[in-house]
Structures are given as C-alpha cells and as structure tokens.
Design a protein around this ligand. Structure first.
Ligand SMILES: C[S@@+](CC[C@H](N)C(=O)[O-])C[C@H]1O[C@@H](n2cnc3c(N)ncnc32)[C@H](O)[C@@H]1O
Length: 207
C-alpha cells in the first residue's frame, strides 16, 4: 500500500483558526512533517514528527520512503494553495499522489483584522524572493497584500519602495496573526521601519 501525501493547511497558527477537517486529517495520519512551529501545535498527539529543514530536496526521498508504510501529513501554515510547500511537492509528485486540505490563510485573517474586503486586492510574497517584482504589483487605486519575512521585513520593503511609488501609500502591518503577540499597525509607507518577522503588509496606493 502506498498512501497519498496529505498537504494540510493549519491556518495562521492558533488552534482557533484550525479547520476541523485539517484537525481530522492530522489525527488520522501516522506521522507529521512540517516547520517546527507547525509541529508544536500537534505535539500533544505524540505522533512521530519530522521538521523540514532548509534543504527541502531531502523531503522528496523522505516522503517517497515514508508513504510506503505510513499515512503522512505535511503541515503548512495558512492555506496550501498560497505560497507553501505544495508548489515544490507538485514538481515531484503527481496530483494522484497528493491530497490537499485547505486552511485559513494569513491574508484572510489580515483582511479580517483590518476590516477590509479583498476581492480586488493583489497578492505577492517577498519572503525569500527578490523585491523587484513587487513594483509590478503596486498600481494606482489598488491594494496589494505582501507576505514579508526573512531579510525582507516590512522595513526593508519600505526602504526599497522609497522614492519609487508616488504619494505616501497607506500601509497596514499585520504581524504574528492569531498568536499572543499579534500586532496590527496602520501607518504610511514613509513611516514603516519595523523589522517584524512573520507579517502581512497591506499596501494601498490611492489613485
Ligand atoms: C511560506 S509563506 C506561507 C503562507 C501561507 N500558506 C498562508 O496562506 O498564509 C510564510 C509567510 O506567510 C505569512 N504568515 C504566515 N503566518 C502568519 C501569521 N500568523 N501572521 C502573519 N503572517 C503570517 C508571513 O508573511 C510569512 O512570511
């Protein structure tokens, strides 16, 4: 028996935002793979847990091996369809090999916190990516939600955009969403110098 690999979205971090279907998928799995923070959420289940390190290539033989015998859940933050390991896994496994369990994305919670609609927003990530592409997303009259992280903190994004975007766009910084240190800041791009980790930066460039 070769089991499908479940890619489970665990939401922004707090168990209140974990969907019942995701909880069930984790409970039904024999072992868990994910970032340390994701694994901690399920430590009480006492299942074998394998942290994903920076060398994600190692994940492929590990999963190929584990799924021969075990039901494996790969835990990703937020929703799997939005900047997660799913993109990498799809290069190495067929759709039939994968099951995807949705989760509440950090951007959904960010827009709920700032009480804004997001149907017309644009979305991008600068976490582990270059900042140049961000310029293509910032357009007059539009809101863009940017996943920041690593060296590309909100402060780094603001320094990069300084002088490249007319006016002084409104910015919401939404950091550590659903966690004990959740921080929501409304400000202007010129005042952003926060080196926050794990944050969504919502930039509105008024026309
Ligand atoms: C690899 S991406 C994962 C995105 C995830 N799939 C989602 O739907 O939210 C990691 C980035 O998501 C954002 N993120 C994830 N969890 C967050 C949280 N609890 N609060 C704020 N931002 C978060 C941060 O921008 C972080 O750098």
């Amino acid at each position: 028996m070769v089991y499908p690999i479940k890619v489970v979205g665990i939401g922004p971090g707090h168990e209140d935002y974990l969907l019942p279907v995701a909880r069930k998928a984790v409970q039904e799995s024999d072992c868990l793979i994910g970032a340390k923070r994701a694994l901690e959420l399920f430590a009480h289940l006492g299942k074998p847990a394998y942290p994903v390190d920076k060398n994600i290539a190692r994940l492929v033989p590990q999963l190929k091996n584990l799924r021969q015998k075990y039901r494996v859940a790969v835990l990703v933050s937020g929703d799997p369809g939005f900047y997660s390991l799913l993109a990498f896994l799809k290069k190495h496994f067929s759709n039939a090999d994968l099951e995807v369990v949705p989760g509440i994305s950090s951007v959904q919670l960010a827009f709920a916190r700032i009480k804004e609609t997001w149907q017309d927003a644009r979305f991008t990530s600068v976490h582990g990516r270059t900042l140049e592409k961000l310029l293509e997303e910032i357009r007059p009259g539009q809101t863009v939600a940017v996943l920041t992280g690593g060296k590309n903190t909100p402060g780094a994004v603001a320094r990069f955009l300084a002088g490249k975007v007319p006016g002084d766009p409104r910015v919401f910084l939404c950091a550590g969403l659903s966690g004990p240190g959740e921080t929501i800041i409304e400000t202007r791009l010129s005042r952003v110098d926060q080196e926050l980790q794990n944050s969504v930066m919502v930039i509105t460039y008024e026309a």
